[in-house]
Design a protein around this ligand. Structure first.
Ligand SMILES: [Zn+2]
Length: 97
């Protein structure tokens, strides 16, 4: 019997995953580099690849808040906000639509 619910059996304390590791996983996830996050987790904790990938995917956020108004964006890769109209495709040239 396998349990495919990734949230049910992971506890970062028992797995000995540090807060820094979690932060690194989150930022890699947000940038679309989940595979790299899984590899890093395996190396850092000695976890097997299957468990590491389940852990990484369980932490993956479907969305992140807008850095300007705090409303959820459409996707983690969104570079503009439909709520406040800010557009940061070019971080040096912020625009408000
Ligand atoms: Zn916004």
């Amino acid at each position: 019997m396998t349990n495919d619910n990734p949230n049910s059996h992971f506890d970062s304390k028992s797995l000995n995953i540090t807060e820094e590791m979690n932060k690194e996983i989150d930022s890699l996830n947000d940038e679309g580099f989940s595979i790299i996050a899984m590899k890093r987790l395996c190396e850092a904790t000695g976890l097997d690849y299957k468990s590491a990938s389940q852990y990484v995917l369980a932490r993956k956020r479907s969305t992140i808040p807008c850095p300007f108004c705090g409303k959820d964006l459409c996707t983690v890769l969104a570079k503009q906000c439909l709520e406040c109209g800010m557009d940061w495709h070019d971080p040096n040239n912020l625009r408000q639509l």
